[in-house]
Design a binder for this molecule. Structure first.
Ligand code: COA
Length: 246
């Protein structure tokens, strides 16, 4: 289902549970990264790497371990960008050639309320708290605070590879278009420079299905000829994020 959120040229592989045998398929260098971790962590790590290796294979990448930088970000093979996510009942990896995308962020969450009002307070900013109640009233099937959280996780997964820096939850403001299933993340701190242009807004898309919230952001590669926006990029029903045929 995550392909629906992605731009042309991006490959996704997803699965809805851990796959027996995935641990045995890890490269030894990958297996070392989760040596001693709990079984559940090793299972998600191995399964999502199997997804990532399959996706990279579809793009013609040579098989190679996907290791991590000191902050946990995946080190993709030269010439590729991507992202991984796992939550209860879902694992996904997406990759694209670096001449198609400068960065990709994906995140999956259960479509359930955040753990507490305190957590919601921590991950949202005042402007988001202003529109959340009206969307919650109109679409009670969607846990909107959780969706904002997921969108911000996707923001961080594109932000970090582009900047190498931390970004706090209060450093981006999400607005959601329920009609087009898109969102915007306005950065409240100076954004990354891609192809000589400073980005102050990331455009993403989302879906809610089968008990899951999935969000994705693609930052197009700077080469104009190859960075044509995909079918969902920038779609927006109106200026008021809470207006539109939810
Ligand atoms: C890193 C983080 C975004 C991961 O999100 P999560 O919902 O906890 O977990 P997910 O399963 O969706 O993603 C985990 C994967 O993200 C990837 N990841 C981890 N750190 C990363 C980073 N710095 N940059 C990009 N990807 C990263 C890894 O592939 C990891 O899986 P793996 O360890 O099995 O390889 C999250 O734990 C975090 O630190 N968030 C705080 C920062 C933030 O979100 N700020 C909001 C800015 S508006």
């Amino acid at each position: 289902m995550i392909e629906e959120l992605l731009e042309p040229g991006t490959v996704a592989v997803e699965t809805f549970g851990d796959e027996p045998g995935a641990l045995a398929d890890l490269f030894p260098e990958e297996a070392l990264l989760v040596e001693g971790a709990q079984a559940g962590r090793r299972g998600e790590f191995a399964t999502v790497r199997r997804c990532a290796h399959e996706a990279l294979g579809k793009l013609g990448a040579e098989p190679a371990p996907i290791l991590r930088d000191p902050k946990g970000a995946p080190r993709w093979p030269a010439g590729f960008v991507g992202a991984m996510t796992h939550c209860e009942g879902y694992r996904a990896a997406v990759v694209a050639p670096a001449d198609r995308a400068a960065a990709i962020g994906i995140d999956a969450e259960p479509n359930r309320p955040l753990r507490s009002a305190g957590v919601a307070e921590l991950v949202t900013v005042e402007a988001e708290r202003a529109w959340l109640p009206s969307l919650a009233a109109r679409r009670p099937d969607v846990q909107w605070e959780r969706l904002v959280f997921s969108a911000k996780e996707s923001v961080y997964k594109v932000w970090y590879p582009l900047t190498g820096r931390w970004l706090d939850f209060e450093d981006a403001e999400i607005t959601v278009d329920p009609a087009w299933s898109t969102f915007r993340a306005r950065l409240l701190v100076p954004g990354p420079v891609v192809g000589g242009v400073r980005l102050d807004t990331f455009h993403g898309s989302w879906l809610v299905r089968d008990g899951l919230i999935v969000t994705a952001i693609t930052i197009p590669a700077p080469t104009p000829a190859l960075a044509a926006p995909g079918p969902s990029a920038g779609r927006w029903a109106g200026d008021d994020p809470t207006v539109g045929g939810a």
